[in-house]
Every structure is written in structure tokens, then in C-alpha cells.
Write a protein that binds this ligand. Structure first.
Ligand code: NAD
Length: 264
């Protein structure tokens, strides 16, 4: 087990990639905090189901918080540390997309995408790093804590009609590069995972239409969509002691999509 005894907080973990990471981390021996966006009984039920599948309340807890709101993020960290005593890993996974002609995008739409996808990681990463520093060194462990951001191939590759999303993920790329430098003296690791096309609810409309699903498949050199578990595999490595000298970088999980992309 690669994360035995570690405590990990995963944002947006009631579905998709975040859910897969929470379940995989639990299988690797971690205690997991399953963050979800409050205000929906369905999402709350999904988050509680993840807790159950992870092994129940001794190893997992579901905590509602909007990652774009400082007070909610800080309250979540207090609850998480009260439950499990410490924190070792934070995964910034929560994210939203907006597909819209740039000329039609409103202020509130722009602000929401940037708030969830970029301010969220700022608030969660800051709270996590403060906790890592307060905890101090663990004898025999080089890294004080791990931050893993779920970015996107669109931190670098344009995506027509998704400018707010691309700007948020491009911002996350520089966030991570800069903090790679700032956090290295504190011995805190930060890295991005850039998924390509992964079969999750965020892509439900594309997946539900056989034409668009096949069109996307044909763009992927590996010949299939990615799974949330493909992403979780790399998240385990970047959260484990195997990656203590790995920081400030982005790693693609995309079946080589970004290397030959023409449309996505
Ligand atoms: P998803 O829609 O299943 O997951 C996103 C999660 O974020 C949802 O559970 C949602 O409720 C949560 N969320 C939204 N706003 C939130 C907020 N304010 N506070 C807390 N949680 C909030 O889709 P997914 O594909 O699993 O997306 C996870 C991450 O992966 C996102 O950051 C997304 O941009 C990124 N990503 C996905 C793909 C893909 O192809 N699926 C590709 C590249 C990047």
C-alpha cells in the first residue's frame, strides 16, 4: 500500500475523477476526506456512497464545502483535521466547464469558472500548506505534504469556445510552476495532472451522442477514452513517497491526445 497512514483531502470527490481518486487512495491505505459541493441531496448521497465504498466512517468522511469560498474551505479543513488528526495530501480536483461563444460570456459566468477552477486551488492549497507547516517534520519522511492539481491538457492546448476554462487551467499551470519554487524550501510537493478525454459526468453530453463520442475517440492516438482510474493511478504516485523529488510540473494522462490534437 503506497499511502498507508496518510490523510488525503480530495475536492469534488462525489463523482468522476475525484471519486476514483478517493476510492483508490483508500485502497492504498489512506484516510480520505471526500469533499463535495453542498446544496444538492443527490451530490450528498453520492459523497456518502463514496465514503461507504471506501470502507466506512473510520477511513473516510464526506464534507460539504464550496471550494471557491474561503470560510467554507477553512471550516472543511478544521473538520478534517478534527476527524483524522492531520493532513498529508490535498487534491484540487473540483472543476467546471463553460462552453460559450466568447462574445456572449457574461461577467458572472467568467467569474464562476475562475472562482471554482483557480481560486478554489488557491484557497485549498493555502489551507493545506498552512496545515503541513504547522505539523512540522515527520522523522524519516522527506516531504512535508503533497498537492496534486487536476488541471487539463487545456492548460496548454486551446479549446474553441471554452476560453474561461482554458484561462483557468492555464492559470493553474503557472500556479503550480510558481509554487514549485516557493514551496520547495518548505519541502512541499505540488504537481499537475493534465487529463485528456476522460469518461466522466463532465463529458456526459459528448459521451451520450455516438457521433461525438466516436469523433473524440478518433482524435486519441491510444484509441480509447481515458478512465477516472487512469488518472487515479498517477495521483497515487504524485501523492506517495516515490515522488519526493518531483515538483512544479505537469504530467499528461491523455493517450497522446495533446501531441496531435487538431480540435480538442
Ligand atoms: P465531474 O463533473 O464528475 O467532477 C467535477 C466535480 O467538481 C463534481 O463532483 C462537482 O460537483 C464538483 N464541483 C463543482 N463545483 C464545485 C465547487 N464550487 N466546490 C466543490 N466541488 C465542486 O467531472 P470530472 O471529469 O471528474 O472533473 C474533475 C476535474 O478533472 C475537473 O477539474 C476537470 O476540469 C478536470 N478534467 C476533466 C477531464 C475529462 O475529460 N473528464 C479532462 C481534463 C480535466
Amino acid at each position: 500500500m503506497q499511502l498507508n497512514g496518510k490523510v488525503a483531502l480530495i475536492t469534488g470527490a462525489s463523482s468522476g475523477i475525484g471519486r476514483a481518486i478517493a476510492l483508490r487512495f483508500a485502497r492504498e491505505g489512506a484516510k480520505v476526506v471526500v469533499n463535495f459541493l453542498g446544496g444538492s441531496p443527490d451530490r450528498e448521497a453520492q459523497a456518502k456512497q463514496v465514503v461507504g465504498e471506501a470502507g466506512g466512517e473510520t477511513v473516510a468522511v464526506a464534507i460539504a464545502a464550496d471550494v471557491s469560498k474561503r470560510a467554507e474551505v477553512e471550516a472543511m479543513f478544521q473538520q478534517a483535521v478534527a476527524k483524522f488528526g492531520r493532513l498529508d495530501i490535498a487534491v484540487n480536483n473540483a472543476g467546471i466547464e463553460l462552453k460559450k461563444d466568447f462574445l456572449e460570456v457574461t461577467d458572472s459566468e467568467w467569474d464562476l469558472v475562475i472562482a471554482v477552477n483557480l481560486k478554489g486551488p488557491f484557497l485549498v492549497t493555502q489551507a493545506a500548506c498552512r496545515q503541513f507547516v504547522a505539523q512540522g517534520d515527520v522523522p524519516g519522511v522527506e516531504s512535508k505534504g503533497k498537492i496534486v492539481n487536476i488541471s487539463s491538457t487545456h492548460e496548454d492546448i486551446p479549446f474553441p469556445n471554452y476560453t474561461s476554462y482554458c484561462a483557468s487551467k492555464g492559470g493553474l499551470r503557472m500556479f503550480t510552476r510558481n509554487l514549485g519554487v516557493d514551496l520547495a524550501p518548505l519541502k512541499i510537493n505540488i504537481n499537475n495532472i493534465a487529463p485528456g478525454a476522460i469518461a466522466t459526468p463532465i463529458n456526459q453530453a459528448v459521451l451520450d451522442d455516438p457521433r461525438t463520442r466516436e469523433e473524440t475517440t478518433s482524435e486519441i492516438p491510444w484509441g480509447r477514452w481515458g478512465t477516472p482510474e487512469d488518472v487515479a493511478n498517477l495521483a497515487v504516485f504524485l501523492s506517495s513517497g516515490q515522488s519526493d523529488y518531483v515538483t512544479g510540473a505537469t504530467y499528461y494522462v491523455d493517450g497522446a491526445l495533446a501531441l496531435q490534437v487538431t480540435k480538442y
